[in-house]
Design a protein around this ligand. Structure first.
Ligand code: NAI
Length: 301
């Protein structure tokens, strides 16, 4: 079987100075990609900054024979996003791959969540996804090729206690990726989302006894594949952790439709709620156009 390679490709990995991001940068670097290792170099709550985290990963890639440059900008500002993608364009002339991985945590129960905890988490995860991806998307569009991977989380997709800020930001990235997949389709740009579970500094105190089975190296192969030319999937979400890889999808159930020309009453909804909720026969829309087409068909009855 042929090896998945990245020769001639330029990859940007945000938050690549440690944890999961480091593993993506190292694996793509070892397989021929020229890599921009971005990391602000701060603490898990987003405070502080430094250059050593990104520098160490650049050294690791170079000492294994790969090519990499460091970038220390924060993903959380438009200037930072431009700076990160600018580093790829300056050093390597283009950008083919962006892994939006940088992340922080400010967990609080909803009743206690302070506005600053919301702002900080939204800025890094959700706005960071926009600020880094937009200049990359513009450049990829011109080149007719691109791969985006966004790090989301089951905390948003499924829900998790104490993470309204983080969950909302992560689910926001699903929306961003879905729209990039739709807008990027005709330019050869694919965009997918992962929901990882892995032992890193963000999670080491949360995973308990499962931690020893949840090494970050289980996530790396999925991200590497999603970043490769061989991946033709787009608009998808993948759950991964401990060696299990599984698609997560947003399905649309067949539902219940009010009789032609009639406006449903609240009682109709009550009486038909089981049918409305029944997932049997669901479809997975690839864009809102699929939903509108299904609606138009119903209107023709
Ligand atoms: P980590 O803390 O080891 O890695 C995150 C990296 O992002 C750090 O190196 C940090 O310095 C960097 N960073 C933070 N703010 C930044 C900014 N403004 N600009 C640039 N870099 C910044 O944590 P981990 O676990 O490797 O997380 C990677 C991604 O995966 C995050 O987005 C996280 O939310 C997500 N994730 C991780 C899960 C896990 O189980 N480890 C679960 C679900 C999602």
């Amino acid at each position: 079987m042929s090896e998945i390679r990245f020769d001639g490709r330029v990859a940007v990995v945000t938050g690549a100075g440690g944890g999961l991001g480091r593993t993506y940068a190292v694996m793509m670097g070892a397989r021929g990609a020229k890599v921009v290792v971005n990391d602000l170099g701060g603490k898990a709550d987003g405070t502080g900054s430094g250059t050593s985290m990104a520098d160490e990963v650049v050294e690791e890639i170079k000492s294994a024979g790969g090519q990499a440059v460091a970038n220390y900008d924060s993903v959380s500002t438009p200037e930072g996003g431009e700076g990160i993608i600018g580093a790829a364009l300056d050093a390597f002339g283009k950008v083919d791959i962006v892994v939006n991985n940088a992340g922080i945590l400010r967990d609080r129960t909803f009743a206690k969540l302070a506005p600053e905890d919301l702002d900080a988490v939204m800025a890094v995860h959700l706005k960071g996804g926009f600020f880094v991806s937009q200049p990359a998307f513009r450049s990829m569009k011109e080149n007719g090729y691109g791969r985006f991977v966004f790090a989301a989380s089951g905390a948003g997709i499924f829900g998790n206690f104490g993470q309204t800020n983080y969950g909302a930001a992560k689910m926001g990235l699903v929306g961003l990726s879905n729209v990039l997949a739709v807008e990027g389709a005709k330019y050869g740009i694919k965009s997918n989302v992962i929901a990882p579970v892995a032992r890193t500094r963000l999670t080491e105190e949360l995973l308990g006894p499962l931690a020893e089975h949840l090494g970050p190296e289980h996530i790396t192969p999925l991200v590497t594949y999603l970043c490769s030319e061989e991946c033709q999937h787009t608009h998808e979400i993948f759950d991964c952790g401990g060696g299990r890889y599984a698609r997560i999808f947003i399905g649309l159930a067949p539902g219940w439709t009010s009789p032609k020309g009639e406006i449903a009453s609240a009682e109709d909804i009550r009486d038909n709620i089981s049918t409305i909720r029944d997932p049997d026969g669901y479809v997975i829309p690839e864009s809102i156009a699929d939903e509108m087409a299904a609606l138009a068909k119903l209107m023709e009855r």
